[in-house]
Design a protein around this ligand. Structure first.
Ligand SMILES: N[C@H](CCC[C@H](N)C(=O)O)C(=O)O
Length: 285
């Protein structure tokens, strides 16, 4: 087996949702689902929720392209926490206060908001059943499915599919039991990220506050989910439960999400670097 030079990586996280970040802007990278799972494995690999690849920009409109892979090996179009981390790496490199990142879900604009705090315009939410996507034409404000005690979620796409369930006590939900069942529900032809949300503020509050836990598609329970926080705010505002700006309280900390008048969703939150290293070539040749 040819042994190329080992791949350097940076381990980062956004509120505990963690990533192995590879820079493939000047070196070709061949990923397979098996290799992604090997790197992501917390027992035998580096361990992460998602593997994130920085690739060359496509044309002149972005600073870089970001590719995102869940720990099960599936490629996905959006990851809010990783977008903040990659934006922070690019801004640190360039010295700029902003960065434009191309993703499968489109171009995302990021701005520094101070020390290791980044704001990302996550674009417009997808509210039509075809955008989520769903297997049939249903009202996305009331998806009409029920698993265990969870019922009647809101469907939202942030470039990836989300089903947001409102509950009285988010801590009481057996997410590891109902999460995988809902992730693979027949209504979600591309599976779905599953959020349980508990309102901590009243509908007329100037700033909403929502406790949210998440079962992520292709990954399982994570400490935080940026696109899930965006989907939760949009769902709560559509249901009349929250103003269009709220603090989303996740296991790993708080994200501030605002659904702007131009229909874009702005996510603001921290980034952190854990460590850097090189991958064992048996994980990724
Ligand atoms: N599991 C997600 C991708 C990662 C999203 C999450 N880590 C975030 O911060 O948005 C999906 O399959 O769509």
């Amino acid at each position: 087996m040819t042994h190329g030079t080992a791949w350097p990586f940076v381990k980062m996280h956004g509120l505990g949702n963690d990533f192995v970040v590879l820079d493939a802007r000047s070196r070709a990278l061949t990923l397979t689902p098996e290799r992604i799972r090997a790197v992501s494995d917390r027992r035998t690999g580096i361990g992460c929720d998602q593997l994130v690849v920085i690739a060359p920009p496509n044309g002149q409109v972005s600073d870089a392209t970001m590719l995102i892979y869940n720990s099960d090996g599936s490629e996905v179009a959006a990851c809010g926490n990783a977008t903040r981390c990659v934006a922070w790496l690019l801004m640190t490199e360039s010295g700029a206060e902003s960065a434009v990142i191309e993703t499968r879900a489109g171009l995302l604009d990021a701005e520094s908001r101070g020390a290791q705090l980044v704001a990302v315009d996550m674009g417009r939410p997808g509210l039509d059943w075809r955008e989520i996507p769903l297997a049939q034409a249903v009202d996305t404000l009331h998806l009409g499915i029920k698993v265990g005690a969870l019922t009647d979620p809101v469907g939202v796409s942030m470039g990836n599919p989300h089903a947001v369930f409102f509950v009285n006590d988010a801590e009481a939900v057996e997410l590891s039991t109902v999460g995988p069942v809902l992730e693979h529900h027949a209504l979600f032809p591309e599976r779905a990220n599953i959020e349980v949300a508990q309102m901590l503020s009243s509908p007329d509050a100037a700033l909403g506050r929502i406790r949210m836990r998440v079962w992520e598609r292709g990954t399982g329970i994570t400490m935080a989910c940026g696109t899930g926080a965006c989907a939760t705010l949009v769902a709560a505002a559509r249901r009349g439960l929250s103003p269009r700006k709220a603090e989303i309280v996740l296991d790993g900390g708080t994200l501030t999400i605002e659904w702007l008048p131009d229909n874009h969703v702005l996510m603001t939150g921290p980034v952190a670097t854990s460590f850097a290293g090189t991958l064992d070539p048996t994980l990724l040749p």
